[in-house]
Design a protein around this ligand. Structure first.
Ligand code: 5GP
Length: 203
């Protein structure tokens, strides 16, 4: 009997390095897939519909909300983002693990649901380093950086509600820590009890 899939929620303030960590983690676990969210945000250059996101109109998004099609959804920086119930449920039933790169509001909704996920928060090494990273990205103007720094303080306060905290000081070390969390989670007794332990006549 195959075990059920596990879903991992990774949240972080922008500039903490979440995207790089998720990208590297996805290469380490063949049974892990990325959850593709729905969003009302416009497509950026290089992005592809159905691969980076499902890009939808505000009307379609609102209809999906009304139809309870989302396991969680939130407004982030003026756009809406959501994880479809179908995406999560299908993977879990198939025994595939799922990585969700979502904001803390979405993480909170999933934590309060009946779904049993693993919640990981990525922290920058400190506020000075976070500012440096946002400035060195060179993509945002001063006002945007100031707003992101303000938002970051509020987002970091949410870290206490997560199962695990990983400080991203050196990228490879942070990836190794997330990998270790994921390996340990697959070995939790509650997840293996109905599969391997049956071999030994235990329930
Ligand atoms: P971006 O527009 O830069 O791709 O993403 C902006 C933010 O939206 C990121 O913090 C990302 O984690 C978050 N996000 C992406 N997909 C979802 C989702 O399905 N639900 C929630 N709650 N947040 C999401």
């Amino acid at each position: 009997m195959k075990r059920k899939g596990i879903f991992y929620v990774i949240s972080a303030p922008s500039g903490a390095g979440k995207t790089s960590i998720c990208r590297m983690i996805l290469t380490l676990f063949p049974n892990l897939r990325q959850s593709i969210s729905y969003t009302t945000r416009g497509m950026r250059s290089g992005e592809r519909d159905g691969i980076d996101y499902h890009f939808v109109t505000r009307e379609l998004f609102a209809k999906m909300v009304a139809d309870s099609a989302f396991a969680e959804w939130a407004e982030v920086h003026g756009n809406r983002y959501g994880t479809a119930c179908a995406t999560l449920e299908q993977a879990i039933e198939e025994g595939a693990d799922v990585l969700l790169d979502i904001d803390f509001q979405g993480a909170e909704q999933l934590r309060n649901s009946s779904l049993n996920g693993v919640f990981i928060f990525i922290l920058p090494p400190g506020m000075d380093e976070l500012r440096k990273r946002l400035v060195s990205r060179n993509t945002d103007d001063q006002k945007v950086i100031a707003r992101r720094m303000d938002n970051a303080a509020g987002e970091i306060a949410e870290a206490v509600n997560f199962d695990y905290l990983v400080v991203n000081d050196i990228l490879d070390n942070a990836v190794e820590k997330v990998r270790a969390i994921m390996v340990a989670e697959t070995l939790r007794t509650k997840r293996i009890i109905s599969t391997q332990l049956k071999e030994f006549g235990l329930k």
